[in-house]
Design a protein around this ligand. Structure first.
Ligand SMILES: Cc1cc2nc3c(=O)[nH]c(=O)nc-3n(C[C@H](O)[C@H](O)[C@H](O)COP(=O)(O)OP(=O)(O)OC[C@H]3O[C@@H](n4cnc5c(N)ncnc54)[C@H](O)[C@@H]3O)c2cc1C
Length: 407
């Protein structure tokens, strides 16, 4: 078993680490300042620092790293994992700078995998080029959406068109006016079998009947520098039948395919968040003196630092093993491990962030450090892309079956 990164990964890592040091970290306050000056605060990708960073990322070949195959950088999951981790250290800036930010990544994967030639030309090309953004609209306020078969938005065939009616919420990125296209999940046939009732369809933002109702807040953060999360209504929204992705009844299967890579990307970036938190925790513990000695000399603080390191190393190994499995036996074969990292990562990173915040005292929950925002963002990962309990339930079911068969 070789734990070293291969030559291509090392080369990209070196370039990315340098890019982070020389461009991304210095740009963090500039980005915040420029976004705060916008007339429309959701249009975060229109600020000049973002344009400059993206040009530099492209120049360095750090573009679309998430996407395997010819359309993207052609990396394996195992090659992309350590790079995504690095971008997680500056989660509001680095992934978008490299055109590797959710939900665009998942949407591009769907279009690359299941889109027709026309759909790819019209929507995938500008997305790969970073000219437009996109959103994925599945979750609904009126039904428990962790069970995707509950989704009740109707997509009804009418001649050469489909007509959509329904309400969605938590649609990430949708507040950004440059989010030009929505992939909407709804029911085309409520009488079909449970997993074949749903379909996915492309809905351009400017289609009559598409309505943004409001932005949603996460612990009081509106995430405007991510494009926000919108509650939306679709009223008699008419789009050509050719906008359907992959055919009627494929929605559930496409959603499953989309979530495999999406989950591992979130986990990789979250490890970067935790690395930065440990760095901040150590720096603060050394400089802050209480009761006559630096906090770093208190046994309990050392325990948190040591535990954080141990937990994070375990997590990284599991994420890398999952990436390797996805590359070698496919997303289906790596199903249990994908569930395991989705369960373990947000909870562990939450634990580390909590300790980093505690070491910072009141400053840890303030706007002066990035820990509070990181905590809020990470906490949502315990249900976004499937709640912990749903993954545990499925994992346990598999485990029970395996042992039952072995007896
Ligand atoms: C910041 C953020 C961004 C998001 N972005 C998007 C997006 O871009 N697009 C989109 O479509 N959605 C998005 N979501 C929504 C997210 O995917 C859903 O919140 C998630 O799927 C859970 O659905 P729900 O909120 O309806 O929870 P519910 O289905 O109502 O579940 C509530 C709780 O019930 C429990 N539960 C459910 N099933 C089980 C079970 N089998 N066993 C035990 N307990 C169970 C869990 O504790 C769960 O948290 C986002 C959410 C957040 C917070």
């Amino acid at each position: 078993m070789d734990f070293a990164y291969d030559a291509r990964t090392e080369e990209l890592r070196a370039s990315l680490l340098d890019f982070m040091d020389t461009h991304v970290y210095p740009a963090e306050p500039v980005f915040r300042e420029q976004v705060s000056q916008l007339d429309n605060r959701w249009a975060w990708d229109s600020v000049s620092i973002m344009t400059e960073l993206r040009a530099e990322a492209r120049r360095r070949g750090l573009w679309n790293l998430f996407l395997p195959g010819e359309e993207g950088a052609g990396l394996t999951n195992l090659q992309y994992a350590p790079l995504a981790e690095i971008t997680g250290r500056s989660g509001h800036l680095a992934p978008a700078t490299l055109n590797c930010a959710a939900p665009d990544t998942g949407n591009m994967e769907v279009l690359a995998q299941f889109g027709t030639e026309e759909q790819r030309k019209e929507w995938l090309e500008p997305l790969l080029d970073g000219r437009i953004r996109s959103a994925f609209a599945m979750t609904e306020p009126d039904v428990a959406s962790s069970d995707a078969t509950n989704i009740s938005t109707r997509i009804e065939r009418d001649g050469d068109d489909y007509v959509l009616n329904g309400r969605k919420w938590w649609i990430t990125g949708a507040m950004n006016p440059n989010c030009r296209i929505f992939i909407v999940m709804g029911k085309t046939d409520p009488t079909a079998s449970r997993h074949q009732q749903q379909s996915m369809i492309l809905v351009p933002r400017d289609t009559p009947g598409v309505e943004i109702i409001r932005g949603m807040e996460v612990f009081g953060y509106d995430d405007h520098d991510h494009g926000g999360h919108a509650e939306m209504r679709f009223t008699d929204v008419r789009v050509p039948a050719t906008n359907l992705i992959g055919g009627e009844g494929y929605g559930f299967a496409i959603a499953q395919a989309r979530l495999g890579p999406g989950r591992i990307h979130h986990c990789m970036r979250a490890i970067g968040v935790a690395e930065r938190a440990i760095e901040a925790m150590c720096a603060r513990a050394e400089e802050r003196v209480a009761f006559g000695k630096p906090l770093s000399e208190q046994g309990v603080i050392r325990d948190w630092i040591a535990e954080s390191r141990v937990k994070l190393e375990q997590l990284r190994l599991l994420v890398l093993k999952t990436a390797w499995l996805m590359d070698t036996v496919g997303n289906k074969g790596a199903h249990t491990e994908i569930q395991a990292i989705k369960i373990a990562t947000p909870a562990t990173v939450q634990w580390i962030l909590d300790k980093a915040i505690q070491v910072h005292g009141a400053a840890g929950v303030s706007q002066d450090f990035s820990l509070a925002a990181a905590y809020a963002g990470n906490r949502t990962l315990r249900f976004a892309d499937g709640p912990d309990e749903v993954h545990k339930n499925a994992l346990a079911k598999n485990e029970l079956r395996k042992h039952r068969e072995g007896r």
